[in-house]
Design a protein around this ligand. Structure first.
Ligand code: ASP
Ligand code: MG
Length: 591
């Protein structure tokens, strides 16, 4: 039998008419011959109202009781949805997460799914019933009700699709699908026909809040085709799968995280373990770090910059103050009025000049870039918050994201690459369905590094540097711009070793024109890349990675992180050693 999972969000079940409309969609799939699971969210703003009620009683409700409370919202929806199906003349049965056997860990209010049993679902299918399941909730091994975190119904739906081997998971919501950027800010934004899991994950962490990120991780790990579409129309929406919409288009989307804060720790002694000390202090306070940028050291000292959500700034500053003490670092600076603007696309890795184009778009508007970090499929910049929306529009326009790509890939179910298949098999063996997996650990020894130190921190500088380099026909790999001191920034990038001489010439010319010191370089560096699923949500990973390198006495020269990949650059001679250390450290989760 073929299974379809359909998920209806809060706005799609906000009143009785909408519940009936949703029930009709489920019945239609049933009539087409599918076994149907319907996952529902709480009606409208129910969850917010419940949170508000709790707040009226106490400022610090017990997380266990919070879950007890919040799970009631979805319980209301499932019962009504089952009644709606009945009224339309079909059979249906509703279940809570606990009843269906969604077992989670015990982290109340943000529990992770460990396993799902399919017995009860399959029995109901045999009886010809449409199965209605409460989203966002589960039960821990001690029988306590848990919830998966705000927006978690998406994750319930894709997880159910994964364990049932569903043909697809349909996410019905109040938007038509996934857009190239937020249409409320950029009205020209285009609806994507298709997007890859990786792009979707990067866009979500870059600020596009279309779906619960963990649901995409489930999709990627278990190869579930996910359709995001409107519950009000019959439009096909966006398919999230292994392949991008187009390989010829370098960028598929742009996004903004509006409220970020930037912190720079200055003059960190350049020795193994320094980054570890800093980030474990922050992790100890449970504060997620977003963009981490470490530039090459000068005089045995490096500056490390990173961003956090603005709300987390006070806590992060406390952690930083402690770390500065412990490390004997020079001090720290911060800026609480910044935003992150990112572009994402699987096609960018193959094409020269993508970063340059983004920097030029910002430079043309006189928007200063405060920080840069790149990975294979994402380029992120930090800009002043006041200019952020304008920056997003500029970038969207520069890449003509409003126009469909020339060569559209046919929208098709994913071909299963062997690595991804291995991941599926591996995940099946794991203790918990949401456990971290590392799918790739690579060492690239073909790169050289160039650093421009003390470049003026004003609009157009990055554009100028990378324009010169692009003009010389050179393709840059990893770019890191960190916040410097006294209005100066440092820009470091890696390039193929064979291009070093030509690139140095171009870089020297720009340095001279900008009135800054001659570039420094290293003819050979080792770049280590770690890719996987759940890298960002498993916050301990960063710490484990830095700890392991510190234990091996390996100094980290450059860092850049994204949702699906972490990169560190170390001295060439230490590349092998670093790779072995990481392999050993992550042996248990490496696919
Ligand atoms: N009702 C929950 C929330 O509002 C879960 C969900 O809607 O996905 O966060
Ligand atoms: Mg939702």
């Amino acid at each position: 039998m073929f299974v379809i999972v359909q998920k209806f969000g809060g706005t799609s079940v906000a009143d009785s008419a909408k519940i009936l409309a949703a029930a009709r969609k489920a019945i239609q799939a049933k009539r087409e011959g599918y076994d149907v699971v319907v996952v529902v969210s709480a009606m409208g703003h129910t969850t917010d109202l419940l949170i508000d009620l709790a707040k009226q009683i106490t400022d610090s409700p017990s997380p266990r009781e919070m879950d007890m409370l919040l799970s009631t919202g979805e319980q209301v929806s499932v019962a009504l949805m089952a009644m709606a199906v009945h009224r339309l003349g079909y059979e249906a049965v509703s279940f809570t997460g606990a009843q269906i056997g969604i077992v989670t860990d015990s982290t109340h209010t943000k529990a992770r799914i460990r396993s799902i049993s399919t017995d009860r679902l399959k029995k109901a299918f045999k009886e010809g019933k449409i199965v209605i399941v409460a989203g966002f909730q589960g039960v821990d091994e001690q029988g306590n009700i848990t919830t998966l975190g705000r927006g978690g119904s998406d994750t319930t739906a894709v997880a159910l699709a994964a364990v049932l081997g569903a043909e697809r998971c349909e996410i019905y919501t109040d938007v038509d699908g996934v857009y190239t950027t937020d249409p409320r800010i950029v009205p020209e934004a285009r609806l994507l026909k298709q997007i890859s899991y990786e792009e979707m994950l990067e866009l979500a962490s870059a600020g596009a809040a279309v779906m619960h990120n963990r649901s995409i991780e489930f999709g990627k790990k278990f190869l579930v085709p996910i359709y995001v579409r409107s519950s009000m129309t019959d439009s096909p929406g966006t398919l999230i799968t292994t392949e991008p919409e187009s390989w010829t288009q370098p960028v598929c989307g742009a996004a903004m995280v509006k409220n970020e804060a930037r912190i720079t720790v200055q003059r960190v002694p350049d020795r193994p373990g320094a980054a570890m000390t800093l980030f474990s202090r922050i992790a100890a306070r449970n504060i997620p770090t977003d963009m981490i940028v470490q530039n090459v050291a000068e005089n045995g000292e490096a500056d490390i910059s990173f961003t956090v959500f603005r709300d987390d700034l006070p806590g992060a500053l406390k952690a930083v103050a402690e770390a500065v003490q412990e490390l004997g670092a020079g001090g720290y600076t911060y800026d609480e009025n910044v935003s992150k603007i990112s572009i994402v696309g699987m096609g960018m890795a193959q094409q020269p000049g993508v970063a340059q184009k983004m920097f030029a778009a910002l430079a043309d508007r006189g928007i200063n870039i405060l920080m840069i970090s790149t990975s294979e499929i994402k380029i992120s910049t930090i800009v002043e918050r006041e200019r952020a929306e304008e920056a997003l529009r500029a970038v969207h326009e520069a890449f003509r994201l409003d126009e469909p790509p020339e060569t559209l890939r046919p929208v098709q179910p994913p071909a299963q690459p062997s690595k991804a298949k291995a991941a599926v098999n591996y995940a099946a063996r794991m203790a918990g369905m949401e456990d971290l997996i590392i799918t790739g650990l690579d060492l690239d020894e073909s790169q050289a590094r160039i650093t421009l130190a003390g470049v003026p921190d004003r609009p157009g500088v990055a554009a100028r540097i990378f324009d010169q380099i692009a003009r010389a026909g050179l393709v840059v790999d990893m770019i890191v711009q960190s916040v410097g001191r006294e209005g100066k920034a440092n820009v470091t990038f890696t390039i193929p070793q064979t291009d070093l001489d030509r690139c140095l010439q171009a870089a020297s010319a720009v340095a001279k024109a900008l009135g800054c010191p001659a570039p420094s370089s290293s003819p050979k560096v080792a770049k280590l890349s770690l890719s996987g699923v759940g890298m960002r949500t498993h916050t301990l990973l960063v710490r484990r990675m830095f700890q392991c390198l510190a234990d091996a006495k390996i100094n980290v020269d450059m860092i850049s992180t994204s949702e699906v990949r972490f990169h560190v650059v170390v001295e060439a001679a230490l590349g092998r050693k670093a790779l072995d250390a990481l392999k050993k450290e992550f042996a248990d989760v490496l696919v």
